[in-house]
Design a protein around this ligand. Structure first.
Ligand SMILES: [Zn+2]
Length: 258
């Protein structure tokens, strides 16, 4: 299966999802019936739970850029003093909308998709963290919620430490996958067993800054080879023959439910 990589590290500005021509091209490619799979992982900075961590020092300066308090839904961003959304939040929203559109288009043509991101930690989340009740995850973003509803998406949580060799050198890094239902069996096989079984306190924290001044979490953005191989097996998996018509029907049925 030929793969179209869209990755800043490979293509620089020509692969920048924030660029309008790049976004238009991605929509066109994902909407082509020859596109059979979409694997999407976009920067989760503005949704990062580290921003909602009650903390001291640098953490006290890191304010959530989104929140969902009871009766005050700011999941698409907290406006600044000028009443406008920060540019970083607007760009991230557009990026999430682009990814959701690409997945919906591919699914509509009988294809499948996987989105990888950081889980929600707020109230009602599968893995809430005390003190972060107002946290908003990327999968809480309206276009993601709509995608999940219209495609009957499944979610699965796993711990990335189980794909790395030395637990003392890596964080647990709980991760969530949102994916089309036809991939359920292969994704369950590859990812469901990855539940951290390392002893308490063995993993270093992802919070804080490294000696080089970078957020410690950023060095763990790159997937391990083991995780890449699992994702590749999921993407290469031939799901039950569905064809465009079935995909479109499923999408239509989802839309009626929504
Ligand atoms: Zn672990």
């Amino acid at each position: 299966m030929p793969v179209v990589h869209v990755d800043l590290k490979r293509g620089g500005y020509a692969h920048d999802l924030h660029s309008a021509p790049v976004a238009a091209r991605i929509r066109a490619i994902a909407g082509d019936p020859r596109c059979r799979r979409v694997l999407g992982s976009i920067p989760c900075t503005t949704w990062s739970p580290a921003r909602s961590a009650p903390g001291e020092g640098w953490l006290s300066h890191s304010k959530p850029m989104r929140r969902c308090s009871l009766g005050d839904d700011r999941r698409t961003g907290v406006p600044g003093p000028d009443g406008k959304l920060p540019e970083a939040v607007e760009k991230a929203n557009a990026c999430a909308d682009l990814l959701a559109d690409a997945c919906a288009s591919c699914f509509g043509n009988g294809g499948d998709y996987i989105i990888e991101t950081t889980p929600s930690r707020g109230r009602g989340a599968a893995y809430p963290i005390r003190g972060r009740e107002d946290h908003v995850g990327m999968l809480d973003h309206p276009s993601m919620v709509k995608l999940a509803g219209t495609t009957g998406a499944h979610v699965l949580h796993f711990d990335q430490c189980m794909t790395r060799d030395d637990p003392e050198l890596c964080p647990e890094k709980k991760t969530v996958l949102l994916y089309s239902p036809r991939l359920a069996a292969v994704i369950t096989r590859e990812f469901a067993p990855l539940m951290c079984n390392h002893s308490a306190g063995v993993h270093p924290s992802m919070l804080g800054l490294s000696s080089g001044g970078e957020a410690r979490s950023s060095q763990w953005e790159q997937y391990s080879s083991n995780m890449n191989a699992r994702l590749a097996r999921c993407l290469g998996h031939e799901s039950a023959p569905a064809g465009g018509a079935v995909g479109a029907r499923a999408a239509a049925a989802g839309a009626e439910r929504a």
